[in-house]
Structure formats: structure tokens, C-alpha cells
Design a protein around this ligand. Sequence first.
Ligand code: C2O
Ligand code: CU
Length: 457
Amino acid sequence: MKLDRRQFMAGAAALAVWPKTGGAANAPRIIEARAGTARVVPGDYPETEIWGYDGGVPGPLIRARQGETVSRKLVNALPQPTAIHWHGLRVPNGMDGVPGLTQEAVPPGGAFLYELPLKDAGTYWYHSHNQSTEQVARGLYGAIIVDEAEPPEVDHDITVLLDDWRLTGQAQISEDFGAMHDWTHAGRMGNFVHARLLPSPSEVLRNQRLRLRLVNVATDRIMAVSLNGLEGRLVARDGMPVEQPQPFDMLVFGPAERADLIVDVTAGPGEAAQILLQQRDGAYVLAELPVTGQGASVPRGAIQALPPNPVPALGDLSQARAVALRMEGGAMGGLRQGTYMGRLLSARELVDEGQIWTFNGAAGLPEDPLASLSHGEVLRIPMRNDTVFPHAMHLHGTHFREVLPDGGLGPLRDTILVNPDETREIAFVADNPGDWLLHCHMLSHQAAGMKTWIRVT
Ligand code: C2O
Ligand code: CU
């Protein structure tokens, strides 16, 4: 067993009192939020000064098996308070990592023990949930992968973190966090978009089968992604398996959204398999896998559906309570007033408080929840976007399904893009007691007002 220095020191102290195998074996592993440097831009650029988990970006890839419990003791070596949210994991409320709602922010020098029972297999991620417009932009995020009891057979299982950095000419993070123009518009857009592959295989062969786990970790950017030289099916969205593997062409990821793809390499030797970002002005290569040879040409079996996770079924929706949510504000939104911290403020006064967006007329976390539910109750939330920007709506603590206009149900999701002038309705079973945040995952919008919460008792 390899010990890092911290664990080693904890173990050494324990040795004075305990026999060899005591102490360290059960001590929770530490994840330290601290400053560091990372190679963000390849080539001749300097390394970038970042904040990261264990000093790196992305943070360590956490991997465990469904049914296990992962423990991590967050140690805060940053100059700001912080907390970790485990995005998409259906954890007990006290482990959800939302300062002001589920825990106190961990002060500099402080620590907090997270214990995460892993109910669901799939692709998840973790990130700071405090001053997140700054802390996530500085690099405080990582992936958490929960393996199925019997994962599908693939040659490479690759987590693909899609990120968007706003960098100076010296490849340093631009420190204009919270710029009002970003907050009132589409958020903090970077100037360097890239995909980090974990791991990055040095070569792949034609006909090999890959599992790609794409995660949009950008603070605000929506990414449209397509593949080149890779063909297959979408098998999961936001960690949750879809019932039938689906063909896809281009996938759109709002911030925080994920997709699991199982694809075969169709590019030939000498070519490259590519992950592309589709922009209005063309396609950009986010990552490239050189194909170095011909793999076995035995026909691979059809791509099978992943086993479903144990999420309770919605049942009959016709009797379910519905609570509407209306989004307003932002640039060109014509917001006239809103409540903030219990007071009704004019648009001008709201802006002075850094608040630009409202849910149901309120900016910031309201004192009362959007809905208070008893355990097992089903809630429908039609979400209406009366702004001119899209919003990536994310509910903590449980996955939901979209109630489609024809009454059908969409796949399980934890984040959903709602475009201007659209209403999209979600429904979920309130089976996880506690106070759960519902917010826009464009982190600039969240900071500037777009958040509310739901209580499950
Ligand atoms: Cu990804 Cu409220 O979080
Ligand atoms: Cu938004």
C-alpha cells in the first residue's frame, strides 16, 4: 500500500499507541482544497495557477462500486471558506455540501467529513458549492465514477471533462470573477475550451469499443458535442441509464450535464478519433485519439442497456401536486422589481445587491421553500423561462423526469436546459428527506439570484 505524506504521518502518530494495522486503515482519506499549478494550455505557455482538489485540476478521479460508501475528509487550505457538492449523487442531506442550507461553509484551516453511500452507478462529479463562480472557475472540481456490479465490457473507459477557461495571454486565470456583464448575460464565457481525458490512452485501435463519460464542468458554457471516427449509442444521461441505448449525432450539454456513450472506433489506422465542439462558426477539436492499428474485426455485440438504478417510479401523475416556477430577469429581461432577503426591491436596488434574476419574483435563496413535501409525495414543477437566455436547471438530492407535452416521460435527469420562452415540466418522488437546492447551474446566474429550495420531511 502506498501512503501519501499526510496519511503516513497520521499512521506514524497512531503507531505509538496502536499495533501496526490500527489507525490509518480506517482513517478517512483526505481531499485537500488548495492552490497549485497545472498544465492547462499545452505547448510553450506557462503552467496555470489554479485552485484544485489535492492541488490539481481536475481533482482526483474518485472511483468506487455501487453499494459502497466513499468517505473523504475535506481539508480547506484555501484563503476562502468552501464546501464540496457531489453533483447527482443521491446522498443524505447533511452530505450535500451546500453552505447556508445543508452545512456551514468550511473555513480556511477547517475540515469536514463527507460520507457518501453510493446508491446509484454512473458518472457523477464534485465541485465547490461556495463562491462557486470563482472557486469552480479556478479549478475546484473532479469526477466521481460509480461502477456497476458488472460494467459493460469495453477496451477503454474514459472520463471526458469538458471545460471552459478564461485565461490571460500568459495562460493565467482571468480574475474578473463576478463581472456584471457576465452575470446579466450568458455567464462567464472562457476563451479556451478543452476536453481532459481521464485516462488518456496513448493509442486506440480500429474496432475497439470505448465508454466515454462526458461531463460539462464549465461554469456557464453550453457545449454542443459530436464525434468523428467513433460510432455508437448514448447509454446514460446525468448518471442514469436510459431504457434503450440511443443513436445520437450531436449532444448538447448545459453546465453540469453528463452523458455516457458506448462507441466503437471506426477511424482507421493513421487517422484519429475525435471529440468535437460544434460552434456556430465551425467545429473545434476538443480531444483526439490517434488510431495506431487494426483491432480484431470480430463483430462486437449490440450495445446493451445499462442496468437501471434504484430510483422510485413516479406512478400516477394526475393526482400529483404542481408548483410552478417562473424565471425572470437578466439583460433585456425588463425586470422591474423582486424580493431579496425578505424586502421588495426595485430593479436598480437589486442590481446594487448583485441580484439580476428571479424565480417567482424572488432573487437569492428565499426564506421559505418553493414546496414542502412529505416523504413519498410526487411534485411536478412546470418551469417557465421568461428571460432571453437559456438556463440549466438543477435539482439536488434526487433525479427527476421531464413530463413531455404529450404526457410521456423523459429519461431521469438531474439538470435540464430550459430555453427562452420555453416551459419544461419536471416531476419527481420526494424520497430523500432534507432541504434541497433547485438552481440554475450557470453559476453566474445562480450567484445573481437563480436559486430556491425544496423541503422534504
Ligand atoms: Cu452541481 Cu448545486 O450543483
Ligand atoms: Cu441560468
